[in-house]
Design a protein around this ligand. Structure first.
Ligand code: FES
Length: 105
């Protein structure tokens, strides 16, 4: 699948992402050297993997309770905010665009 990623400088890259390796979007972004700390290791606790989904947000699965709780306390969260560690790469995610958002906190 193709995923577009906007980094903190505003640059947008389109990346080819595998869906057969069980990777989360956070793990994929880190593997591509995006500056995501992922201090909690993907437990939806640190919010350093906060992204804003700019395209195809409505097509993603709903966030779970733990992710919701984190997003609720994030000062800069918006309607399209998600935690990248809670999004498992899936064929349905083809064409999404995410913007890194943790740095805006
Ligand atoms: Fe910590 Fe996603 S890696 S909340």
């Amino acid at each position: 699948i193709k995923i577009k990623v906007q980094d903190y400088s505003g640059d947008v890259q389109e990346l080819e992402a595998p869906t057969d390796m069980g990777l989360s979007l956070m793990e994929f972004l880190k593997a591509n050297e995006y500056p995501i700390l992922a201090t909690c290791g993907g437990m939806a606790l640190c919010a350093t993997c906060h992204v804003k989904v700019e395209e195809r947000f409505d097509d993603l699965d709903e966030p779970g309770d733990q992710e919701m709780d984190q997003l609720d306390i994030l000062p800069n969260a918006e309607h399209n905010s998600r935690l990248a560690c809670q999004l498992r790469l899936h064929p349905d995610m083809d064409g999404i665009m995410v913007r890194l958002a943790a740095d805006e906190e």
